[in-house]
Structures are given as C-alpha cells and as structure tokens.
Design a protein around this ligand. Structure first.
Ligand SMILES: Nc1ncnc2c1ncn2[C@@H]1O[C@H](COP(=O)(O)OP(=O)(O)OP(=O)(O)O)[C@@H](O)[C@H]1O
Ligand SMILES: [Zn+2]
Length: 786
C-alpha cells in the first residue's frame, strides 16, 4: 500500500503530495500524522490518501513511512476536505490550512550534539555554543539558536562541529482527574457515626458524580472522600480532566419560558431540514442566548454536538457561564490560556464524543467533532472572526463549510448582522429570524445625539458634553451604573510641536505615536515601540511640545476630576494585559463594585449588566472617516451595540452620543437603533459602488524594506493581472498598486493591489499558478476586511 502525503512545512507553494510506502503493521489511514524522510531531513506528513501501489510508483523507489506520530489527534476526512477548501478559497498552502486543525504542534524535535573530531570551534561564539551543548550532552536546536545565533549554529553544523538528529516529541500526557461517583445509599448503617461522610453521600446522591476538586472546594477533606469510597457507597474513577475555570459547573439552571418570538426562532431551526444558515437578528437584550441554549438542548437530546463561537473568551465570560450553568460538564471551553495538556484534553473530549458542547473564539471553529448537530456564532458581525494573519480565513465561512459536511444548521446571531449576511437573507440564501422586542417588554434605550460643534461654540471645551455630564450625575444619584465608550486608548492621540507642526512618529512605522500617561511614554500602536516624550522639538528645537487628541486614559482622568466620589474602572488593551484581567474587571463591574466602566470597544461586547441605565459614547464618528467600504457598517454596529448595554434591567436606558457629524445617516440610524433603515441605505451604497456583498474583494498587500523593490514587485504583479484581465476578458477589476493607508509598518513599506469582481474564482486560479505572487512579502487577503 502507498500513502499520498502532504509535508507539514511552511513552504509557500509546496502544495503537492508525495508518495510513500506503508510498512506492514503500521495502521496508517487517511488523516494520520506520520514521520517521513524528506530530502536530507525527516518531516511530519499528513496522509491525504491511501491506495494500492501503481505501476508508475515503481519507476521511483518510494521510501517507506518511518513512524506514526500521533494516533489520536489525527485528521478526520471532513477536516481534510475543509482544509482543502480553505487553501483554495483563501489562497494559502494546504499544509498551512491543515495546521489550523492540529491540536499538537509538530511531533519532531531536532537536537544537536558535539561531534568529537578534528574541527574545533574558531570564534568566541562558537566556543560558547560548544560549551553550552557540551554540558547538556544533547540540546534542543531551537533552544540553542535562541540562546545564541541561528547563523552560528548552522555554520557549526555545516563545519561538522555539531551533529544533529531528529526526535519524536513525547506526546503530551493526558491530564486525568479523580472523580467521586455515587454507588448506593448507606444500607448497612456504617455511616451513622460519620456525619461528614453521611453529608457528603447525601449531596453526592443528588448529582451522582463530581470531580474531587469540586468536593474539596465544598470543604470536604481528601480523607473524607477516600473513606466514603472504602464504605462502598461511592467509588473513585479517573477521568480525562478538562478545565472550566470560569465558574463551577454543577449548579443547576432552569430554561426560561420563551417569548413568542424566541419560540418561533427555536422552532425554525429545530425543524431545519437542509442544514441551512439562519441569521438571528434580535435587538440588544432580546434573549438570543436563551434561543441558543434551547436549541443546544435539542441537539444534545439527539446525541449531537454543538460548536459555539464567541468573539473573545476573555470578554464574553458571561455567555460561557450561562452555558456551563445549564449544561455543566458537557461543555468544554477553548481559550488561549489553556495549557497544552488542557487544550488537547478538550479537543479529545470533543473528538471522542465525550463532551457535546465546545465554546471558544475564532480558532475553536477547528475543534474536532464526532457528530456535529449545530453551529452557533454569537455576535456574528464581529471583526475578530476574520483572521488577520495567514491563513486569512473567516470563521463563519469555515463553520458553514464544516456544518454542510454534517448537514447541520448554522445559527448566526446578532443585533447588528453583517450587511453581507443580512443581504443573503433577502436573497433567500439564508433564513432570517427576528426578535424585535426586548424580553419582559423592556424598551430599547432612548438616545440623544449631541453636536460637539455646538458644544464648542457654547464654550464647553471639556471632553464631556453638558448632556453627558448631566446624565452621569443623575445615574450616580440613582445608584445606577454607566458605561462610557471611546474607541481610542492611551492619553493623547498625538504629540506635536506647536511651532513647526512636527508630529512625533514611530521610528519604524509611518504613524503618529500615542502618549500613555501611566508609563509617561509615547507608544506605537502598530509595533508597540516606545520612546520618551521629547523635551524639545527634534525638528526646530522649540519647547512648545503639545499633546493633542483624547484617549481613554484622559477620559478616565477627567471623569475622576468631575466625579470624585464615583468608582471608576477602565477596560482597554492596556488594563487587560494580564491573564483573565478583562473578565475580572467585567465581573467586578457586574457586582456593582464600580459605578462607571469606561473603555474601548471592549465595553460594548454583548455584556448583560442589570444595573447599567446609562451609556455615553464619545467621538461616535471616529471610525467613519476611514477610507474603507466597511467604515459605516463598523460604526453603526459599534454604536448600536454600545447603546444596547443600557436599560437591560428594570430602569429604562438612556444614551448620549457625542459627534461632529450628527447629520450622517450612520449616526442617525444608530440614534434610532434602526437596523432596517441603516441596511436599506448601506446596501444601496454598496450596490452603486460595487462593494461586498455585490463584488468580492481580494487585497494584495506588498511589503518590502526597500521602496524601489516594493514598487517593482507591485508593478510586476499589477501588469501580470492586467494582462490576464485583457486576455480573459474578465469582469474583475484590477486597481492599483497604490500606497496603503499606513505607508510603513515595522520598517516595511506597504502598497496594495485590489481585485474586485462578482466572482474571483478565475483570478484566484491564475494567482495560484504564478510564482510571483508567492514570494515573501506578498500578502493575499481574500475577502479582506482590513
Ligand atoms: N424568555 C425570557 N424571559 C425572561 N428573561 C429572559 C428570557 N430570555 C432571556 N432572558 C433574559 O434577558 C436578558 C438578555 O438576554 P441576552 O443577554 O441573551 O440578550 P441578547 O439578545 O444576547 O442581547 P445582546 O445582543 O445585546 O447581547 C438576559 O438577562 C436573559 O437572562
Ligand atoms: Zn511602530
């Protein structure tokens, strides 16, 4: 037998498979991960096909597969199909697409050791490397390269001072935990004089089984647990552990009685026949999560599994908790802070069908499943579902692919569905489900738009308008909470010399640096570089360095001045660098330990706080002027979502929205929280200018440290495309090359070529076959949203 294998390396164009013989006794199947000889090296390969040997194979001496790398975490056929689709649609290597589904990284470690021989280290660094390796006997090559320089290590290998060998990495051990499992009541009376054990047994009887850690958390000692096992009333079992670190899984939770609209939505998906995609357009606070949960319950009853995608785990802990409260141990949560072992455990639990619900952010869409019954995407409009590094996939599209293999429905929920997805409900491609009312007849918040030009004309130079100040005052008096949104972090947004107009820019990026007062540093938001604020203008030497613009740090400072008694907390990238800190801030605010939560778009992410009756939005139009077709859509979504945090409890919500463009249709529609009106205008504009969903966009970004080489590449690619365009008579437009919005990032200049057309399949085929598009520095961004 022969296996066709793709090698797991990041070589841009290595798409082809290689054939190897399967040695007897090795149970290789489609999806297996194996070790194969590849040139002078040994590499990991993924088996895409297994077949009888062909005559043509005999012409070459096929090499045998060396070993099976991981028998458990291999690929299912569906994953391979999906990966093939990803590599074709998003123009990336198949190995790169396959790697998205991998739970364990490459199973190979390369180690180096000293060769005893005549060639001795020459340079100082070589001697240091030799000494380092010597004490260790064998050292991981990556480690040595990191410690010293890769060049030096490679040179020593070439000079035969070092030898290298490949090792199979030890598999990550399965993490197990002990569980206490109920067996019988105390029929013999043995526990009569052991009240702790008796109490434990009574609780255990109710929930049948729970991990040791749960009982210890309830105050039972290990000894009590073990003694109860000795009595025979309970037993101890080892199970694969999984982390649910957000809350305890075992407190019960009862489904709500659905509203009529909720019920209609549930019924529609429940009766799905063809694995369709449903858009659940429900206004903020309309109870979409309850719809998700009741549908999940349905799928579980039938033994199926559910994938639930959320924008960002650290900010959406609440929906995770709701699921855990209701479904307990059937839930696994995938997030970036899991250890390798925990991640693998979760993955295996889903792969084996032990768990039925997987919740996670974008990359959770690649979790293994056994019998997928439903995919749910919450806040489906959120831009975090698009990955902004290669492979640049969109999780919603990937989810739809996977679901179609299993013939199961996909539910996309949002108060502000993406324009493209809503459009598809209008053309009949997707099914629209609507929740037009908030639960319990709660009204949507009332919104007041404040024109900041008038505010200035009246002499108010503060960040907060008078209306905003009044609203906050009243809210605090009523002992309610408020949320303030400003989608710009830092203190001042740029620093300028008043005399000559010099703006301090990043040394390696073409952007103004932002002043962060806490560190008293200027910081680049593109590369994180920092530098001190200059005392004198580097250009003209004047002392008139001034700070302009407002970020969240400055708002915080002003709020503290204006409301000295209010308890204020800030939520943005700078306050959430530590593990779980975002979740801690949000939960503390929920417990009303703070009165005002202020921050960037993070404050607008689906939170359901009962005591928030006021929302203030500063610089509502800050995104509107971006030269991007989606600027209006993003703005509308952000404003509507932010406003929707208000009035979810018993007190009706009020919102103040500050802007310099009150007449703009985006602001006006957001003021009325009128999605339909916004959609009607936006889709018209998209149609006229041929933007998505009418045309697709492929953005080719070319980057280079050398500006001339950059334009040479750009012009070459554009010419290739133009010639293709002429010859094929395609209706795909080739636009550019032109300078990107940000001209330079991390010392690399950036230019863009845009391809725009109703169907880009043909041009993608063309690009795939041209070497020029696959050189380093060329980024192919299909369905670009950047
Ligand atoms: N049928 C129901 N009866 C009473 N309360 C309900 C019902 N369904 C949901 N709720 C409650 O309504 C509140 C809002 O629900 P949820 O957070 O799911 O809103 P949402 O639609 O996701 O809003 P958003 O889009 O703003 O995130 C929650 O506190 C939830 O417990
Ligand atoms: Zn920078």
């Amino acid at each position: 037998m022969v296996a066709d294998i793709i090698i797991n390396i990041t070589a841009k164009q290595v798409q082809q498979t290689f054939s190897y013989t399967i040695p007897d006794g090795l149970s290789v199947r489609i999806g297996s991960r194996v070790l194969v000889p590849f040139g002078p090296r040994r590499e990991e390969g993924i088996v895409l096909a297994v077949r009888e040997e062909r005559d043509s194979d005999r012409q070459y001496q096929l090499k045998p597969i060396l070993a099976l790398l991981s028998s458990q975490a291999g690929f299912q056929e569906e994953m391979i199909q999906t990966a093939v689709w990803i590599s074709q649609y998003y123009l990336c290597g198949l190995a790169d697409a396959l790697r998205l589904f991998m739970i364990e990284k490459k199973g190979i470690i390369r180690r180096v050791y000293l060769k005893t021989g005549p060639v001795l280290p020459v340079t100082e660094e070589e001697r240091a490397v030799a000494a380092y390796v010597d004490v260790r006997g064998k050292a991981e090559k990556k480690q040595v390269c990191r410690q010293f320089s890769a060049d030096c290590v490679e040179e020593m290998v070439r000079q035969h001072q070092l030898d290298q060998e490949d090792y199979l990495q030890n598999q990550i051990a399965d993490k197990m935990e002990k569980w206490l499992v109920f067996q019988s009541d105390d029929t013999t009376g043995i526990l009569k004089r052991r009240p702790r054990q008796a109490a434990l047994l009574a609780q255990l009887k109710q929930i049948r089984s729970a991990p040791f850690s749960y009982w210890i958390g309830k105050g039972y000692s290990r000894d009590v647990l073990l003694h109860l096992c000795q009595s025979g009333c309970a037993t101890m079992e080892e199970k694969l552990s999984h982390t649910v670190d957000l809350t305890h899984p075992l407190e019960g939770d009862v489904p709500f009685r659905l509203t009529e609209e909720q019920q209609r939505a549930v019924d529609a998906v429940r009766n799905d026949a063809g694995g369709r995609t449903y858009v659940l357009h429900g206004v903020t606070g309309s109870g979409k999560t309850e719809v998700y949960m009741q549908l999940t319950e349905d799928v579980l009853q039938k033994g199926g599994q559910v994938l639930v995608l959320v924008p960002e785990i650290a900010l959406t802990g609440q929906i995770v908790r709701r699921f855990i409260r209701r479904f307990g141990n059937d839930v696994v949560v995938m997030h970036s802070q899991l250890s390798k072992g925990e991640r693998r455990n979760n993955w295996l639990r889903m792969a084996n069908g032990e768990s039925h619900i997987c919740i996670g952010a974008r990359s959770a869409v690649f979790t293994a499943v056994r019998s997928l019954g439903l995919v749910i995407v919450d806040e489906e409009h959120d831009s975090s579902y698009k990955q902004e590094e290669a492979p640049r996939y969109h999780a919603v599209e990937v989810a739809r692919r996977r679901a179609s293999y299993y013939g199961c429905p996909v539910l996309l929920g949002s108060a502000t569905p993406s324009i493209a997805d809503y459009y598809r409900t209008q053309t009949g491609q997707y099914v629209l489900l609507e929740l037009t009312q908030r639960v319990l007849n709660r009204p949507l918040p009332s919104v007041q738009v404040v024109d900041m030009r008038e505010e200035l004309a009246r002499g108010n130079r503060h960040v907060l308008s008078d209306a905003m100040t009044d609203l906050l005052q009243e809210t605090l008096q009523q002992k309610q909470q408020a949320i303030i949104l400003l989608n710009r972090r830092g203190f001042s947004t740029f620093v300028m010399c008043r005399k000559c107009g010099y703006v301090v820019k990043c040394d390696t990026c073409d952007v103004a640096m932002v002043y962060h007062k806490q560190q008293d540093q200027l910081r680049c938001h593109y590369c994180d570089a920092e530098k001190p604020v200059p005392l004198r203008c580097p250009e003209c030497g004047s002392k008139y360095i001034k700070f302009f613009g407002t970020g969240t740090e400055k708002v915080e400072e002003q709020l503290r001045e204006q409301f000295p008694h209010a308890r204020i907390v800030r939520l943005d990238q700078d306050t959430t660098t530590r593990k779980n800190s975002g979740d801690h801030i949000i939960e503390a605010f929920r417990r009303h330990e703070y009165d005002i939560l202020l921050g960037t778009q993070m404050v607008a992410k689906g939170h359901d706080f009962a005591d928030v009756s006021a929302v203030g939005i500063l610089a509502a139009d800050s995104l509107l002027n971006l030269p991007a077709y989606w600027a209006g859509e993003r703005t509308f979504q952000l404003l509507t979502q932010a406003a929707g945090r208000a009035g979810r409890g018993t007190i009706p919500g009020r919102v103040v929205m500050q802007t310099y463009a009150p007449e703009h249709y985006v602001i006006q529609c957001a003021e009325r929280q009128d999605y339909a009106a916004f959609y009607a205008q936006e889709i018209q504009y998209r149609k006229e200018l041929l933007y998505p969903p009418f045309h697709q966009i492929l953005k080719i970004v070319i980057t280079d440290e050398n500006e001339k080489a950059l334009w040479d590449t750009g012009n070459t690619l554009a010419l290739l495309l133009q010639n293709w365009h002429t010859e094929s008579g395609s209706d795909t437009a080739v636009i550019g090359p032109f300078v990107d919005i940000i001209k330079k990032v991390r010392n690399k200049y950036r230019i863009v070529i845009l391809l725009k057309g109703p169907d880009l399949t043909a041009v993608k085929d063309f690009i795939r076959a041209q070497r020029e598009f696959w050189r380093p520095g060329v980024i192919l961004d299909v369905d670009s949203m950047g």
